[in-house]
Each structure stands twice: as structure tokens, then as C-alpha cells.
Design a protein around this ligand. Structure first.
Ligand SMILES: [Zn+2]
Length: 339
């Protein structure tokens, strides 16, 4: 998101937003749904239910372990052999709760919707979805600090804890001022690439299946943007950048066609947002996944990371429509391959 640019303008009383959010959470029932935000234990127990309910088409997987020893879990959804693969990484930034809320809603739609478009989406792609990648940080946002963004691994030379995991991938790491070398900064890249066990595990897991994955999407908030490679420089673009912009336009147009009035912009990360090196989508692109985006969800700064739960489903519906259109365009342009 646009750190320090728009948030001060809009979010004048962050504490009242945090209080409203926890009030909504306290009032809620114990059942899983998308009218409030859930903690990691609730998400994992919901995931267990989903795996038990749809055993023929789902498979749980473990990406690896976090610094604090938690399993990083994912779900593969596959209705038939040879489908093109789509990978969704979500909640690498732990304060971005709308990302895992959207990812879980999306999983539920893929498995339970009877809508023809969604059935087509679900059954003609193989889905690899990691709802919460930064599990330690996510637990910390629920228990200690709602706006925590980084991992929870201490630094060996500073009292500041954690690394920005989306600056820690081994791709143009720390180039051109796209991240900070100060452990106390929000965009600290870590002592070296892949210093964070969550990021290293993710790279190994994605690396092991990359030949089956045609599209990589990293869910973030906020700013309403689709960001293509590269993050480390605006002076250079990927060789299929024009195609990626067509694909991004398809997503933005699909969101625009919904009644909510939400506008998505798109471009390269360094061109449309700011220089940010070492990000997951640049790494996935470097590994040969030719359609690779960071998707920054709602909003544009009014609520920021504290997007009220009432917006979970509208945001998720936008993501669903956007992804349907994005994959249609990928198919037209020849990016979806049988695996
Ligand atoms: Zn983010």
C-alpha cells in the first residue's frame, strides 16, 4: 500500500476503527463466515472442515514451518487431471486481513457455488491457495498489534523484530532502494534473501510445482491496484508486459462492471506504486510464471488495513469477477497450458 501518502489524510482515528472491528468480532457467533474477520485457529479449523467435506477434489498441503514453528498450510483444488495451475499467495503482510478473508471466501465459492461461470472457473483450473502465509505475524495482529506487517523473527543486531517478507525473496534483492536495510523500518528486506523461513519455504514449495503453475497472484491490501513485474525498476519491463496489461485491464473492467463503483488501476509495481524489490510476484516471474501479479484490494485509504467486515464479501466478489476475467484473457492470449 501507499505507506505514508494517503493514510494520514483519511485515517484520523485508527484506534476507534480497531475498537469497532473488535466489537464486531465479539458480537459474532462462533461459526465461520464472512461477516467478521477470523483468527488463524478459526481459519485452520474451517480449512479442516472443507478438506473433510470435499475429499475427492481437495488436498491439504504444508508449505513449511514459520519461525515460531507453526505450519503454513494451503489447499489444492483439482477437479480433473491436466488443468492449468493458478497459485494464490495471501496474507504475507499480516495486517492485511481482507486478503485471507477473500481467499477463504474464494475457496468456498470454488467448492460450493452452482453458478456456471464459477463452476467453469473451479473445474478447469488447478488451484493452489495459501490463505495465510505469514502465520506468526497474523497471530501477532490478532493478539498484540493489529497493524503488524512483518515476520516475527528477531534481528541479530537490532532490538526491532521481523522482516518485510515481501522484500525478502531472492530477486533483485535490495536493488535501487526498493527496500530498507534498517531492521526498524516497515520495509526491512532482512539480513539476506530468503532469511525468513516462511519466504524460503514458500519459494521451495512454489519452485517444486512451478511447471504446473501458469498464473501467480499475491493478495495484498490496500490501494486497488494490479501490479506486474518489476518492482525494482521502472526503467525495464518484462517481455510480455503488454499482455500482462491486457490481463490486468480485463480484471479492472470486470470489477468496474459490478455495482460497487470500485476502480482498479494497473501497471508495473515500480511504475504504478513505488520501487519495491524482492517481492513474491517478481520472484515467481523470474522462475518462469509469465502471468504474475500483486493484487492490492480495497480500499484507497479511508479505512486502509482496517477495512470493516461489511466490505469482505463485496471485496471478495470483486476478486472473483476479476479473476474470472483475468483467466479468460490469459486463455485468449495463450498463457494457460495443460499440465
Ligand atoms: Zn501487502
Amino acid at each position: 500500500m501507499l505507506y505514508g501518502i494517503s493514510n494520514e489524510l483519511f485515517i484520523s482515528n485508527v484506534q476507534s476503527l480497531v475498537d469497532n472491528e473488535s466489537e464486531a468480532n465479539t458480537k459474532a457467533t462462533s461459526s465461520f463466515g464472512w461477516t467478521r474477520y477470523h483468527n488463524l485457529a478459526e481459519i485452520e479449523s474451517w480449512l479442516d472442515d472443507i478438506l473433510a467435506t470435499y475429499p475427492d477434489v481437495t488436498e491439504g498441503f504444508v508449505v513449511g514451518k514459520s519461525y515460531e514453528g507453526r505450519n503454513i498450510r494451503g489447499i489444492k483444488i483439482s477437479y480433473k487431471a491436466d488443468n492449468p495451475g493458478v497459485f494464490i499467495e495471501s496474507n504475507i503482510h499480516s495486517c492485511e486481513w481482507i486478503t485471507s478473508a477473500t481467499a477463504t471466501w474464494f475457496i468456498n465459492e470454488l467448492l460450493s457455488s452452482t453458478d456456471d461461470l464459477i463452476r467453469d472457473l473451479a473445474e478447469n483450473h488447478d488451484w493452489y491457495i495459501v490463505p495465510v502465509l505469514n502465520v506468526d505475524g497474523f497471530v501477532y495482529t490478532h493478539e498484540k498489534d493489529r497493524l503488524w506487517r512483518k515476520t516475527r523473527q528477531p534481528s541479530s543486531y537490532s532490538s526491532c523484530v521481523g522482516v518485510d517478507p515481501n522484500r525478502n525473496y531472492d530477486v533483485h534483492w535490495m536493488e535501487n532502494g526498493g527496500a530498507s536495510d534498517d531492521p526498524c523500518e516497515w520495509n526491512y528486506a532482512g539480513p539476506h534473501p530468503f532469511s525468513e523461513p516462511e519466504v524460503k519455504a514458500m519459494s521451495e514449495y512454489l519452485g517444486s510445482i512451478k511447471n504446473k503453475v501458469n498464473v501467480f497472484l499475491a493478495f495484498h491490501s490496500y490501494s486497488q491496484l494490479l501490479l506486474a513485474p518489476y518492482g525494482h525498476t521502472a526503467d525495464e519491463t518484462p517481455d510480455n508486459f503488454k499482455d500482462m496489461m491486457k490481463v490486468a485491464k480485463a480484471y479492472a473492467d470486470a470489477v468496474d462492471a459490478l455495482p460497487y463503483g470500485t476502480v482498479y488501476k494497473y501497471g508495473s509495481a515500480a511504475g504504478a506504486l513505488y520501487r519495491a524489490s524482492g517481492g513474491a510476484n517478481d520472484w515467481a516471474y523470474q522462475e518462469g510464471i509469465k502471468i504474475s501479479f500483486t493484487v492490492e484490494f480495497r480500499d484507497e485509504g479511508r479505512f486502509g488495513f482496517l477495512l470493516p467486515p461489511a466490505f469482505i464479501i463485496p471485496n471478495a466478489e470483486e476478486a472473483l469477477s476479476g479473476i474470472i476475467a483475468l483467466l479468460d484473457e490469459c486463455k485468449k492470449l495463450g498463457y494457460l497450458h495443460l499440465n
